[in-house]
Design a protein around this ligand. Sequence first.
Ligand SMILES: Nc1nc2c(ncn2[C@@H]2O[C@H](COP(=O)(O)OP(=O)(O)OP(=O)(O)O)[C@@H](O)[C@H]2O)c(=O)[nH]1
Ligand SMILES: C=C(OP(=O)(O)O)C(=O)O
Length: 236
Amino acid sequence: MGAMRTDADPTPPGAWTLVIPLKPLTRAKSRLAGAARAALRPSLALAFAQDTVAAALACPAVRDVVVVTDDALASRELAALGARTVRDEPAGGLNAALAHGAHTARALHPGTPVAALNADLPALRPAELLRVLHSASAIPRSFLADAAGIGTTLLAAADGTPLAPAFGGPSRARHLATGAHELALTDVPGARQDVDTWEDLAAALELGVGPRTADATGLFGPGPWRDLRRSAASPE
Ligand SMILES: Nc1nc2c(ncn2[C@@H]2O[C@H](COP(=O)(O)OP(=O)(O)OP(=O)(O)O)[C@@H](O)[C@H]2O)c(=O)[nH]1
Ligand SMILES: C=C(OP(=O)(O)O)C(=O)O
């Protein structure tokens, strides 16, 4: 199962606590609305989160996953996978939720390095996440840009360093401007492929998604990515 370790590996087994934010499913993934299968949007948002959380929990560098959400169904389903769930406090939006999650993580596990991870990474693989966290271990505060090169999929902070999340829209530039180091990893496509649009979902399907997203997109019928590209081209 786990990847090979060496004495030089700066990522001790189970070192990291990940914080994963998730909006209420009925409001999540609004950019997937307006296309033929928009009614499936909450199920897709849940499937992405389930595959993201499952991959995170299967990563040998991860000791715990804290999901910050007010969605009751998502809380139940993600707890069933082994994540902890906390309420979305102080109800101040994404970055406030992440700061709350990071505080919870550090209270639970003093000394843990913490990383915020988006909930919409259905093609994430545990071995990729291990490479990302391994690189992040050597740096006080670092981030991974999304596949589009505009946003951020992961922001990591060592013990003693504030996470200071600045997610939302063009967060790559914001994280750079606040002094975080950009992780220059080219071989972790699943960790960078967030899904905001039907085109993003097509790209994730081509990389290979986890089982819940595969099931949920199976509802689209055969050749899902070709169908999705058609939906993206002609929204309802
Ligand atoms: N707990 C919590 N999570 C949030 C909040 N806003 C966004 N998120 C989550 O943060 C990540 C990125 O969020 P967004 O891109 O703003 O929202 P999204 O649902 O992914 O997509 P859009 O609705 O299309 O913007 C996703 O995992 C969201 O579920 C919030 O206020 N609270
Ligand atoms: C919130 C973010 O992601 P997106 O808007 O791409 O979902 C971000 O990249 O900061």
